[in-house]
Design a protein around this ligand. Structure first.
Ligand SMILES: Cc1cc2nc3c(=O)[nH]c(=O)nc-3n(C[C@H](O)[C@H](O)[C@H](O)COP(=O)(O)O)c2cc1C
Length: 140
């Protein structure tokens, strides 16, 4: 059964971009081996992650590893649903940062204020990831 899970969290204060790049590199190896795909947004205030794969595998990864990881806190589940279509089949874990590639995305979803995943409606979170995918495709 295909499943998608989206959550946001707060990076621990000491977490830097190189640390997140390291998390993503290791995640890519695990995810690849376990047929998981997805994307991870990071800025110094928020993580926002989309995980796609087999439902049991995603649940195990989320509950047993990610949710227990001390590099973030305040985890908030935004969406957990069965799906017939994965968004990120080309990426075992894409990294999205507030760089020029994604500039339009952040202008759209932040308006005049800061990007704030906790206050975005679940349906808009899905749109956010779809648009992030388009930006990733243009980039490559
Ligand atoms: C925000 C965030 C997202 C993560 N995403 C993944 C992921 O997609 N896949 C993965 O294997 N590990 C991910 N990790 C790392 C896991 O939490 C964990 O450190 C890793 O799976 C190694 O687990 P272990 O130390 O129990 O072996 C993530 C960590 C953080 C903080």
């Amino acid at each position: 059964m295909y499943f998608r899970l989206i959550y946001c969290s707060k990076p621990t204060a000491t977490v830097t971009l190189p640390m997140v790049q390291d998390i993503v590199a290791k995640a890519q190896a695990f995810n690849n081996a376990n047929r998981i795909t997805g994307a991870l947004f990071f800025n110094h205030e928020h993580f926002l992650q989309c995980l796609e794969g087999d439902r049991t595998t995603i649940n195990k990864l989320y509950h047993e590893r990610i949710a227990k990881d001390p590099r973030h806190s305040d985890i908030c589940l935004l969406a957990a649903e069965e799906t017939t279509e994965f968004y990120f089949t080309d990426w075992s874990m894409a990294l999205i940062t507030q760089t020029s590639t994604f500039k339009n995305l952040f202008v759209k979803y932040s308006g005049m204020t800061k990007f704030s995943p906790t206050t975005i409606a679940s349906s808009d979170v899905l749109d956010f990831f779809l648009e992030a995918r388009a930006a990733l495709r243009n980039k490559s």
